[in-house]
Design a protein around this ligand. Sequence first.
Ligand SMILES: C[S@@+](CC[C@H](N)C(=O)[O-])C[C@H]1O[C@@H](n2cnc3c(N)ncnc32)[C@H](O)[C@@H]1O
Length: 210
Amino acid sequence: MSRLDFPSAVRNGPAILPVLLDIVGSAAPARPRHILEVASGSGQHACLFAAALPDDVWWPSDIDPAHIESVRAWRAHKGVSNIKDPVFLDVSQTSWREGAPLAGVPPRIDAILCVNMIHIAPWEAACGLFEGAGKRLCPGGHLILYGPYKMDGRHTAPSNAAFDQSLKARDPRWGVRAREDLDELAQSCGLVRTHCIAMPANNFVLVFSA
Ligand SMILES: C[S@@+](CC[C@H](N)C(=O)[O-])C[C@H]1O[C@@H](n2cnc3c(N)ncnc32)[C@H](O)[C@@H]1O
C-alpha cells in the first residue's frame, strides 16, 4: 500500500485544525460525533484531524481508488484508531445526491469536511456535495469547506485569479467558485452559511449549517 504525499495538505492541515475543532465543537455535544470527509486525498488530513478528535468517528472517502489506498496506508502507518476504512464516494452520483445509504456511514452525520475539491471538479460536484449534505446532516450539523473563493464577484488575490486560469486551462469545467453561488446553492439544499473565515494564502473556510 502506498502512502501518497500531498504537500498542500501538510501545509494547510495545521491551519485548518483549530478552526475545525471550533466548528465541530459547536455541533451536537453528544459523543461520538460522526464526521464525513469528502475527497480525503492522501489521508494526511484524516490522520491529523481524527487524532485531535479522539472521541469522534472519522469517515474518510474519495472518488479515486489510489487515494482510498493511500488513506488506508496512512491510517495503518499512524495507527489512528477512530478513522474508519475509507469509502468510495463520488458526490456527483445520484445515489449520494438523493441521500442513499453510504457503505456503513450512519444516515445522520454531525459534520462534513471537504478541503480543496470543488474548484478541481465540475460545478456538478459542488451541487452534489451540497445536495447530499443537506439530506444527511443532523440539525445543527455543519458542511465545512476549505479553499479559494471569489467574493463579491472578484478574486481575493491576483494569485487566485492566476490559479483560476490555470485550472480552467486544465479543464474548462474547473475553476475557483464564487461564494455567492455557494450561498445560493446552500439555500436550495436547506443549509445556510454561518461562517466565512480568512485563512493563510488567500484561502477561506466556509461553513454551511443545517
Ligand atoms: C486537490 S485534491 C484534495 C485532497 C485533500 N482534500 C487535500 O486537501 O489534500 C482533490 C480531491 O478531490 C477528489 N475528487 C474529485 N472529484 C470528486 C468527486 N466528484 N467526488 C469525491 N471526490 C472527488 C480527488 O480524487 C482528490 O482526492
